[in-house]
Design a binder for this molecule. Structure first.
Ligand code: G
Ligand code: MN
Length: 396
């Protein structure tokens, strides 16, 4: 059906005829021209002949779903803003939509006022993106600025105000004491609602530094509520190591001394891509910070990062800990790691301990520092860890 209006042209994709109709009428009332498609394949066909200002698409459709459609669109057009709508929100599709540059991820039923507002915003962004690209073309640059990048940027700014920090205890089993807390990022933003989506957006926008600053400021604000003997573990992206405010922010607070802080650097990041990491880490250690290597486990090139960072602490990835009580291969791996670390004078923390069986196996192997839901879930105030005994030990 040819559109009635001559305003900005919106492509609405949904396999449900009622939804298509309701959206069409709401958008047409605002003067938009609307073309409707019944699934991803027909949307691709429609886009061959027409250039749309905004695409609004359902995710859950037969054959080509909304995520695949977004992927196909992005392969040809970086600019057109895509709004994804789903009746079945999931972490997986939310993350995919962010990483493929969707402008918004909306959950059904979408209030029509919200739909209209989001589409209007998308139209303006598309205009800006086109103008920018045109300007770049005129000056001969080839920057691939896109509307979604602009959309993502404002979404990210908003999310930065909505992130907060939770703390999870790390315990010392032999002394039944709290050894440390790890500060973990969480988000209560509507769109970037998962930790993974916030981190992914920071990555895509090159804004790890802004995110890291917010997280560290929030995490450190609470440090005077814990015993000075108890350390605080803070996660860093390798690029944070080079942020001058990393040190300035810590020196500004007299309660915070480097000795109380353990900087966690994940083994998943490609440390080799950050020249000068070795020197930078050595300098931080010289100032009194301790360094932990995070997510140490099967599948990663453990030895390179060990020699590069020379960590004070190694945190064994929870994939290695899960089922360690019954999986003898994992037991051997953990035993080897613990022995190697002892020789190198590196402390070992087992992450993600969930059961008493896992705990007892780890303690048998000689791993005394433990973290996981068994002892305490991450919480906004410092949780008191549980040192629950085995029921059998109490004679039950
Ligand atoms: O990458 P890093 O190891 O910092 O990630 C820690 C994440 O693991 C946190 O988001 C935390 O909520 C989660 N976590 C902590 N303890 C457990 C646990 O016992 N089980 C599971 N499944 N997740 C955990
Ligand atoms: Mn960590």
């Amino acid at each position: 059906m040819a559109p009635q209006n001559r305003g900005p042209h919106i492509l609405v994709v949904d396999d449900n005829p009622r939804v298509r109709d309701v959206y069409r009428r709401a958008l047409e009332r605002q003067g938009f021209a609307v073309t409707a498609a019944v699934d991803g394949e027909s949307a691709i066909l429609a886009m061959k002949g027409t250039s749309f200002d905004v695409v609004v698409t359902d995710i859950d459709m037969p054959q080509l779903n909304g995520i695949r459609l977004l992927e196909r669109i992005r392969a040809q057009d970086l600019d057109v803003p895509v709004v994804l709508v789903t009746g079945l929100p999931s972490m997986e599709t939310a993350i995919q939509s962010v990483s493929l540059g969707a402008m918004r991820y909306l959950t059904k039923p979408v209030p029509l006022a919200e739909l209209v507002e989001v589409v209007s915003q998308a139209v303006s962004l598309h205009g800006i993106a086109r103008a920018k690209r045109e300007a770049w073309r005129l000056v001969g640059a080839t920057d691939r600025f896109s509307a979604d990048q602009a959309g993502l940027s404002s979404t990210f700014d908003r999310a930065l105000d909505k992130v907060f920090v939770v703390y999870q205890p790390i315990i010392c089993w032999s002394s039944r004491t709290t050894y440390a807390y790890e500060a973990l990022l969480r988000s209560r933003d509507r769109y970037l609602s998962t930790t993974a989506s916030v981190i992914d957006a920071a990555d895509r926008l090159g804004r790890f530094r802004d995110l890291g600053r917010v997280v560290r400021r929030t995490a450190l604000e609470a440090i005077d509520h814990i015993d000075p003997e108890i350390a605080l573990f803070v996660n860093l992206h390798p690029s944070d190591l080079f942020d001058d405010q990393l040190i300035a922010g810590i020196e500004a607070d007299p309660e915070v001394t480097p000795g109380r802080i353990v900087l966690e650097i994940t083994e998943r990041a490609a440390l080799k891509e950050f020249p000068g990491v070795r020197e930078r880490v050595a300098m931080l250690r010289g100032m009194g910070f301790r360094i932990a290597l995070d997510d140490v486990g099967a599948g990663y090139s453990g030895l390179t990062s060990f020699s590069l960072l020379q960590p004070d602490v190694a945190k064994l990835d929870m994939a290695l800990i899960r089922d360690v009580a019954t999986d003898t291969t994992k037991q051997t791996l953990v035993r080897t790691m613990v022995r190697m670390c002892r020789e190198l004078n590196i402390e070992v923390i087992a992450e993600g301990v969930e059961t008493t069986d896992e705990r007892d196996t780890l303690v048998d192997i000689g791993c005394d520092l433990l973290q996981g839901y068994l002892f305490g879930r991450p919480a906004e105030t410092f949780p008191v860890p549980s040192f629950r005994q085995l029921a059998t030990a109490a004679g039950m």
